[in-house]
Ligand binder design. Structure first.
Ligand SMILES: [Cu+2]
Length: 137
């Protein structure tokens, strides 16, 4: 009887550990169904980011067609000016998954044509639940 109980307890512990680890990584689909494309409204990605709560190790999934869009992680200046200033990561093939390895702002732009100027840019990665604060930069 005691053996059976220990087995059950052990199984319950394993199950809860599995649940915990899978719950820690959350994938945010950037732009939801709009994907990562030249947006119909300039605030689409800012609005989307404002609806999310990010945590370190969460994943950003950028859904786009290879050859039609791209993805650059750039500096604040690159973001503001829509160019590749401070490029730290450039991905040509979609879809692209980016893991948020640290809190605070991250700056993403599409470097195709005038897409960034039209609003295909993302920087509102400021809300990290485990930090319980808003980053103001
Ligand atoms: Cu684009």
């Amino acid at each position: 009887m005691a053996f059976k109980f220990n087995m059950l307890l052990c199984m319950a512990m394993v199950a809860s550990m599995a649940f915990h680890s899978s719950a820690q990584v959350f994938t945010h689909v950037v732009g939801d169904t709009a994907g990562w494309n030249k947006p119909s409204i300039p605030t689409l990605y800012a609005d989307w980011a404002g609806s999310q709560i990010f945590e370190v190790n969460d994943i950003l999934k950028f859904n786009f067609k290879t050859g039609e869009e791209d993805l650059g992680e750039v500096s604040k200046q690159g973001y503001d000016q829509c160019n590749n200033h401070g490029l730290v990561n450039y991905i040509k093939e979609g879809p692209a998954n980016i893991t948020l390895t640290e809190p605070g702002p991250h700056y993403f732009v599409c470097l195709v044509g005038d897409h960034c100027e039209a609003g295909q840019k993302l920087n509102q990665m400021k809300r990290f639940a485990n930090k319980a604060k808003i980053y103001n930069n």
